[in-house]
Design a protein around this ligand. Structure first.
Ligand code: BTN
Length: 226
């Protein structure tokens, strides 16, 4: 796939929009972002030393009902890349990658759907590598911290691109979620409760069981704490 490397950009997810008219798959990565975007409208701190990349992927005949596969694939690619540096990574549903109990990577996917089909996705991945995560209040970690040795952002970027370009399957996504069959803390509309995390459905909803009642909920409806 064509890869474009920039030093500084506001957001690779926004920059990549200029390649839409060509309808050609492309990856844009940057050394730093000045306005990195996270999920739910949050900012994503993107200082030098991390990997910030977006992939623009076009599809033929891809039902929108299978959109979660795009997310699953990206999360698996991050886990595999982390493993190549000796870091044991797990997926925190739906799309964060954790290591040592802290957030290692975040994924922001922006899909374009028409007539019930996915036309294209912008898959944005931010991965902490050798950037200083101390400003993030102890909730984040980096490849270098977890590997207990310096990992170069350029090496991590190459590995992440290679893994992103390799195929994956939903089974691998599921096998990298460690909290299934365990009790998790759920927040739903301000209510906090414990529930059994039963499984993730192919559409991305998490099936939970609370006091014998089973429901499947999307990541827009609930947040979970491991
Ligand atoms: C999150 O954890 O909330 C998702 C973070 C996604 C960050 C990546 S970095 C590359 C791409 N460009 C952005 O502005 N955001 C994504």
């Amino acid at each position: 796939m064509k890869v474009i490397h920039l030093e500084t950009v506001a957001s690779t997810n926004d920059y990549i929009g200029r390649f839409l008219p060509a309808r050609e798959n492309v990856i844009v990565c940057a050394d730093r972002q000045t306005h990195g975007r996270g999920t739910k409208g949050r900012a994503f701190l993107s200082q030098t030393g991390g990997v910030y990349l977006s992939a623009l992927i076009f599809y033929e005949e891809f039902p929108a009902s299978r959109a979660f596969e795009v997310m699953a694939h990206a999360a698996v690619a991050v886990c595999r890349a982390a493993e190549r540096f000796g870091v044991d990574a797990e997926i925190k549903w739906p799309n964060d990658v954790f290591a040592g109990g802290k957030k290692l990577s975040g994924i922001l996917i922006e899909n374009a759907v028409s007539d019930g089909k996915l036309d294209h996705s912008v898959v944005g991945i931010g991965l902490n590598v050798e950037n200083d995560v101390s400003a993030l209040g102890g909730i984040a970690t980096s490849l270098s911290l977890e590997a207990k040795k310096p990992v170069a952002a350029a090496a991590a970027r190459e590995e992440l691109i290679a893994q992103f370009c390799a195929p994956s399957n939903f089974g691998e996504y599921l096998s990298r979620i460690r909290f299934l069959s365990r009790i998790v803390r759920v927040t739903e509309n301000g209510r906090e409760y414990d529930a059994l995390a039963r499984r993730v459905l192919p559409d991305g909803r998490l099936e939970i069981e609370e006091n014998g009642s089973v429901r499947a909920l999307s990541s827009a409806e609930i947040r979970i704490k491991l």
